[in-house]
Write a protein that binds this ligand. Structure first.
Ligand SMILES: C[S@@+](CC[C@H](N)C(=O)[O-])C[C@H]1O[C@@H](n2cnc3c(N)ncnc32)[C@H](O)[C@@H]1O
Length: 258
């Protein structure tokens, strides 16, 4: 199936903070803390760290920061000492601060960091979880080209695309949002309470974005076409589908600096 570029509320610059933050906490909690869907990404990231000899992960589009923090702990448990820097174009500073309190090896950047134009001063193997589909092909190409121009490395991981199982899972999204708001959002706040339990706008918006995300995920043949448009330094690209139908794209310089 070919990617359908539907809009998502979370992508709109006018999207209220309360919606964006509920969305990213939902994603981070469910896919990061509960399900650990990106577990099979760890050996891939580990290999890129070894090949590039880098010891820092730069998470782009980090949302609530759960995935990067978990990655740091898991690599630590494998005796691989790396630091993780959380960044986002719309940084959820409160969530980043919470994550740093739990895991002091995580740092974060308070200012917006745009994944298509990462400042040279921010260093590390770039990692993106569940966010590459937010970018149309031209923006996605820019993300990859920016990585190549700055001779960094990038690891992109996406959740399940439009497979039958994913459509079934969508039925449960509103209920899961309600449950996660109850568990994770303290204090819940008057607005969030009303928009979750009285007029359930938040669960429905998250449902829409979840469906749109699933239909926007780049499949391996689309990622291959993107990579063919990248110019410049010699890079090694690896594209595939991992456990749990996780799509991935990895790129790093063929010749690593001494
Ligand atoms: C679907 S959320 C994914 C969050 C997190 N990676 C996760 O899986 O839980 C997409 C994230 O991308 C961020 N984002 C959107 N456009 C961006 C851009 N141009 N540069 C950096 N981050 C961006 C949003 O603020 C949001 O946090």
């Amino acid at each position: 199936m070919t990617r359908i570029n539907l809009f998502e509320f979370g992508d709109k610059h006018w999207c209220p903070r309360i919606i964006r933050d509920t969305m990213t906490v939902y994603l981070g909690y469910l896919f990061g803390k509960k399900m650990n869907v990106y577990k099979s990404a760890i050996p891939i990231i580990k290999k890129v760290l070894q090949v590039t000899r880098k010891r820092r992960i730069l998470e782009l589009c980090a949302g609530a920061g759960f995935h990067g923090s978990r990655l740091q702990r898991e690599l630590d448990g494998m005796d691989m000492k790396v630091g993780v820097t959380l960044t986002d174009k719309y940084p959820n500073v409160a969530a980043f601060e919470r994550e740093k309190e739990i895991n002091p090896k995580v740092t974060f950047i308070r200012e917006p960091v745009d994944a298509t134009r990462v400042p040279r001063s921010i260093e590390g193997v770039r990692v993106m979880y569940g966010s590459f589909h937010h970018f149309n092909p031209e923006q996605a190409r820019k993300i990859l080209q920016d990585t190549v121009d700055k001779e960094d490395a990038i690891c992109v991981f996406e959740g399940m695309g439009p497979y039958p199982g994913a459509f079934v899972a969508m039925l449960f999204v509103p209920l899961m949002v309600i449950d996660i708001v109850r568990q994770m959002m303290h204090p819940i706040g008057c607005k969030r309470f009303i928009l979750t339990y009285i007029i359930p706008v938040l669960p429905l918006i998250v449902l829409w974005d979840a469906i749109a995300s699933m239909l926007r995920i780049y499949m391996p043949h689309e990622l291959t076409a993107l990579v063919k448009r990248i110019r410049g330094k010699s890079f090694k690209w690896e594209i595939g589908i991992g456990r749990g139908k996780m799509t991935y794209l990895v790129g790093y310089p063929r010749i690593t600096p001494k």
